[in-house]
Design a protein around this ligand. Structure first.
Ligand code: ATP
Ligand code: MG
Length: 332
């Protein structure tokens, strides 16, 4: 049985980007693989080190979100990154195998640094050693569990490439020990934000979260970016640049061709189109929210799921660290 490793940062709740970009594949794959799902609190702290309560709360929030979309804790090992110190050890060993210049060139790191500058001004300019090095720690996450398949959104591809480079370098110096992981992409590799940004992101203020209330959904969709050329109801518009149409494609599939043709012909006003989307979005989210209520009422079950998964994950990581230390001649 092949092994899956994937992770999410506990920096906020799950949004549509996670769901369609990555989690749909988790759901498809959970029956057939040995599955480790990391709640990456250490990685979240690389840029949220000054807000530890936010990270801590979101460990439970995001676990509840993942359970409420239908992941089965009997099939998926949910674990907390900081509870596996072997990952931190591997990170130290791998740090020697990556140059600072290579990390600075990593396209994901580069674009995240650029985003931080945009969001936080001067604060974004002082990048910590920990943040710059998070791709190394992510290579440790994957290899600690001999992850062969990694379901992710396409913003993660440069990080996987970085991981493979580390694996190859490690194996060439210390002998064949680690496996090279492969990404598994969904048919929607990157879900756009409400503002039209290429990526919906937790930290970008442009996300529809699975836990959003009906009022929040209404407000967000009413303010979503549409074709700016369309002023009057009868103006024909271009659905390809409209975020409302974009989300119709995700959650209102059965009516999407009507939405598209009516929009192009000017037979559909934006307000009516948004109302239809609000309804479809609420219908899509309803069963997820219903399932979530159970976990909200039973926090002890969520804690137990994390504990059980973390115990299983720890054993797997212990096997890896043994092999790694032996290969590196530090198995005293
Ligand atoms: P943060 O802003 O804290 O980095 P995030 O929204 O990018 O949050 P992550 O926890 O970093 O979320 O990512 C978890 C997984 O979800 C990754 O596999 C990532 O590729 C995927 N993902 C996140 N946002 C999107 C998106 N907009 N489209 C497709 N996949 C996404
Ligand atoms: Mg991210």
């Amino acid at each position: 049985m092949k092994t899956i490793l994937t992770g999410l940062r506990p920096t906020g709740n799950l949004h549509l980007g996670h769901y369609f970009g990555a989690c749909q594949n988790y759901l498809k794959m959970q029956d057939d693989y040995e599955f480790y799902l990391e709640i990456a609190d250490v990685q979240a702290l690389t840029d949220h080190f000054n807000d530890p309560m936010k990270v801590r709360q979101n460990v439970y929030e995001i676990t509840m979100d993942l359970l409420s979309i239908g992941l089965d804790p009997k099939k998926v090992n949910f674990f907390i990154q900081s509870k596996i110190p072997e990952i931190a050890e591997l990170t130290v060993f791998y740090s020697n195998l990556v140059t600072v210049a290579r990390l600075e060139r990593n396209p994901t790191v580069k674009s995240e640094i650029a985003q931080k500058k945009e969001l936080f001004g001067h604060h974004g300019e002082s990048i910590t050693y920990g943040f710059l090095g998070y791709p190394v720690s992510q290579a440790a996450d994957i290899t600690a569990f001999s992850g062969e398949l990694v379901p992710v959104g396409d913003d993660q591809l440069p990080l996987l490439e970085q991981c493979r480079e580390i694996v190859r370098k490690f194996n060439s110096i210390y002998g064949n020990t680690l496996k090279e992981p492969q990404q598994v992409l969904s048919n929607i590799t990157r879900v756009k934000g409400l503002d039209g940004n290429e990526k919906m992101g937790k930290s970008l203020g442009n996300a529809i979260f699975l836990v959003d209330s009906e009022e929040e959904i209404q407000k967000k969709i009413m303010n979503a970016k549409t074709d700016p050329q369309k002023i009057k109801k009868e103006d024909p518009a271009n659905p390809d640049i409209c975020m409302v149409y974009y989300y119709h494609q995700l959650v209102n599939k059965e009516n999407v061709s009507t939405v598209c043709s009516e929009c192009k012909k000017g037979h559909r006003g934006c307000v009516a189109c948004k109302r239809e989307l609000i309804q479809a979005m609420n219908d899509f989210l309803h069963p997820i929210k219903e399932k979530r209520k159970y976990y909200e009422q039973h926090p002890e079950i969520v804690k137990e799921i994390l504990e059980t998964g973390t115990n299983t994950a720890k054993k797997k990581a212990e096997e890896t660290i043994k092999k790694v230390k032996s290969a590196m001649k530090i198995d005293y």
